[in-house]
Write a protein that binds this ligand. Structure first.
Ligand code: IVH
Length: 735
């Protein structure tokens, strides 16, 4: 604020945008943020406030404009500047050598040949068009899917929400060569494993069938008609081509070599995959392939091979294209991570919320270097869809981090069909109580809150990294804590199956207890639920198998430390159905204390952004169960705070008058009103000089015109939510 030009709103706005772009690049492209999320939010709020005061200065490439596109009816078909081709494949060394020979034969023997090796990302390709002022900057104009290669679909509103896609590029930054003001970037959109898992957890919680793999999920997401949903999915874009944008050269490579293009893209702020190598011959290519293959399980996203390209664009031109693929590039494909094996049996697992998951026990088969002996069958509907029977030969697929799953039943002469139908149980496999399936849901559930399987899963969830983060409260420990003990205090563990989705637990389950318990169970289990964890003593723990003095103390320290966990995580840890991390955070922010949440009626719960009737009902039901209320009472006695650090208080918006108009992207009119009123604000029906803010959504009419003419500040939904999160004094100091 020191320099005088900050008095000009244009200059202040542009400076804030540059600053935000810089921090977004650090965060979303380089993974190395330099400021906290709260500091970022402050800057964003400052920009939003300025932009609402000067709406005529809002440009589509402003960092405030990523989300906000309205739901769409469909996507416009759009032709590509040049076809988006596919690649020929190589499956082994011989294929690569044959290609290398073809390339060299097509070039004068005096010329040196250099290849660039890149990872082959397993997502979907996109073309991004940029246009702008010569020598200054270019803005994202549109994003188009590959489609049939010639015509794709314009998915711009969704592409804008991908944070690693720059909305604005400083053209002067683009390499040494003078660049045209229009260019095209091509690359791949992927859904990282973590985002994929989160998506599937949400889908399962909502009773929907999980997405089969990250590529399908990414493809489905980019074609979603609601940009708001796309924004939450955390897609990533990796750039790998830089092309001319318009005119006679449209679609041609912009720089002399692929390596220069990748470097220019990186400098311009795009995410470029760091796993790249230059190779002069096939041996070097094979070396890179081996390296990437070893990395494959640790990348955090799916790849399915390596792409090898001739580096020189002049040489690429000489080689040209076959019908549908360039001769100057080839895709080395990794062996598919799928195999055929026999389904030996199906077992059923009871999860934390009582959900019963059928698990296929397979004749162990080596798939991509890992032995797969089990795969998920998801639910009864999935078994019916596959039409699978015990004894069938099935095709099994696994991704890097993805739980192995059965793709289909193999039906041919060499693979006879099994005869035994899979009988879905009617009783819980663990506690024998009847299972129930609610109307409109796919899952059968055990409703017994005392079911040992559920309690064990509850404890594992409580200890999880994103909940209480109690290291050492793994599968083996929980099993010992919950088992009855013999006269010597040795836990008598019934053999159970490791849950599928946790490598750590799977390993723990393979470790045989060293000392077998003797005699009859004469002592009760050490604990019966979450609250009992906090009464454990060191002597209790050292009596257990494989627990030394030091690890017992470490576990106790971590349990003790968990008492100061923030409310949102405690809420998430309680394991209410449909209450994931995000919903828990919203609840904590809105109500401020667990008492307030417990006291809330379903209607009051539904006043919270994103909480619908089903979630509200699930929360109310949770608190109506005596066992859960007892747990909460005990947590209070144990010193849990159960109140949010920062919450929306009744005076956050005290003294401010709001008017609502138009349709907001996620909040209903009533929900927005309730939020404002809960924060102490007043909602009035008509705009006057006394109105402090107009909250405007899509198709805002005369109120917007009146507010504009009266100089009333205008907020969109994200700006309103930011305002609600801001503390009262911060808000005032910004006025
Ligand atoms: S270059 C002329 N580079 O693989 C077409 N493609 O099988 C050149 N892909 O449709 C594509 N990573 O979706 C290229 N580093 C990479 C890639 C890559 C993934 C995908 C892309 C393409 C498909 C071809």
């Amino acid at each position: 604020m020191a320099s005088p030009e900050y008095h000009i709103p244009e200059a202040r706005i542009e400076a804030l945008r540059e600053d935000l772009r810089h921090h977004e690049h650090l965060y979303y492209v380089l993974d190395s943020p330099e400021i906290t999320d709260a500091q970022y939010d402050q800057k964003m709020l400052a920009l939003k406030t300025l932009e609402t005061e000067h709406p005529h200065l809002i440009t589509p490439d402003s960092p405030t404009q990523r989300v906000g596109g309205k739901p769409r009816e469909g996507f416009l078909k759009t032709p590509h500047s040049r076809p988006m081709l596919s690649l020929d494949n190589a499956y082994d060394e011989a294929d690569l050598r044959a290609w290398d020979t073809r390339v060299r034969e097509a070039l004068p023997s005096s010329e040196q040949v250099r290849f660039v090796c890149e990872v082959k990302l397993d997502g979907l390709s996109l073309a991004l068009h940029y246009a702008g002022e010569p020598g200054t900057h270019a803005s994202l104009l549109r994003g188009i899917t590959r489609g049939d290669g010639t015509i794709g679909e314009d998915v711009t509103s969704n592409v804008r929400t991908i944070r690693s896609v720059p909305l604005s590029v400083a053209v002067s930054k683009l390499a040494k060569a003078a660049l045209p003001n229009t260019f095209e970037v091509r690359g791949e959109v992927v859904l990282p494993h973590l985002a994929f898992q989160r998506l599937n957890e949400e889908r399962e919680a909502a009773g929907m069938a999980p997405a089969a793999n990250p590529r399908n999920a990414a493809a489905g997401t980019i074609r979603t008609l609601e940009p708001n949903i796309v924004a939450q999915r955390r897609l990533e874009f990796y750039a790998y081509f830089l092309l001319h944008g318009m005119g006679p050269n449209a679609g041609e490579m912009l720089l002399a070599t692929q390596t220069e293009a990748l470097e220019a893209l990186r400098q311009a702020g795009f995410r470029v995959n760091p796993n790249i190598a230059i190779a002069d011959d096939v041996d070097a290519i094979l070396g890179f392939i081996a390296k990437v293959d070893a990395l494959r399980d640790h990348l955090g996203y799916e790849i399915d091979g390596v792409v090898i390209k001739l580096d020189s664009v002049a040489q690429q031109r000489r080689l040209g294209f076959t019908g549908k693929a360039p001769r100057w590039a080839i895709a080395y494909k990794f062996a598919a991570r799928a195999g055929v094996t026999q389904l030996l049996a199906v077992s059923f697992q009871t999860g934390r919320t009582g959900k019963i998951t059928p698990v296929a026990n397979l004749n162990p088969v080596l798939i991509g270097g890992t032995t797969v002996a089990r795969a998920t069958l998801h639910n009864a509907d999935e078994i019916a869809r596959l039409g699978v029977r015990i004894g069938d030969f099935v095709q099994v697929e696994r991704g890097g981090d993805v739980i192995p799953k059965i793709i289909q039943v193999i039906e041919d002469a060499t693979h006879p069909r099994g005869a035994t139908e899979i009988a879905f149980p009617t009783l819980c496999p663990r506690c024998n109580q009847p299972l129930l399936k609610a109307e409109g849901e796919v899952d059968w559930r055990c409703l017994n809150t005392e079911c040992p399987a559920r309690i064990s899963e509850e404890l594992l969830h409580w200890g999880a990294r994103n909940v209480m983060n109690i290291e050492g409260l793994g599968d083996a420990m929980v099993a010992q804590l919950l088992a009855p003990r013999d006269a010597d205090g040795v836990a008598m563990i019934a053999p159970t199956e490791a849950p599928l989705d946790d490598e750590e637990q799977a390993i723990a389950a393979t470790l045989e207890p060293t000392a077998k318990p003797t005699g009859k169970p004469t002592q009760p289990p050490l604990i019966r639920g979450i609250a009992d964890l906090y009464t454990l003593s060191k002597s209790d723990l050292v009596a257990l198998e494989r627990v030394a003095d030091k690890s017992a103390q470490a576990l106790l320290d971590q349990i003790d430390r968990s008492r100061s966990t923030p409310l949102a995580r405690v809420l998430f840890g309680l394991g209410m159905r449909f209450v994931g991390e995000r919903t828990a955070t919203l609840l904590a922010q809105h109500f401020g204390s667990l008492d307030a949440i417990m006291a809330a009626t379903p209607a009051e719960l539904e006043a919270v952004n994103e909480i619908g009737p089903r979630v509200a009902e699930s929360i109310s039901e949770f608190f109506s169960i005596e066992r859960n209320r007892n747990l909460i009472a005990r947590l209070k006695d144990l010193g849990f705070t159960l109140a949010a650090e920062k919450r929306i208080t009744t005076d956050t918006l005290a003294g401010l008058t709001f008017v609502l108009t138009g349709t907001l992207p996620t909040l209903t009119r009533e929900a927005a009103k309730a939020l404002i009123e809960a924060a102490g604000g007043r909602v009035s029906g008509s705009v006057s000089k006394k109105t402090d803010y107009l909250v405007a959504g899509e198709e805002a009419g005369s109120k917007l015109d009146k507010a504009t003419s009266l100089g009333v500040k205008i907020l969109d939904e994200p700006a309103l939510l930011l305002l609600l999160e801001a503390e009262g004094p911060t808000l005032k100091s910004q006025e």
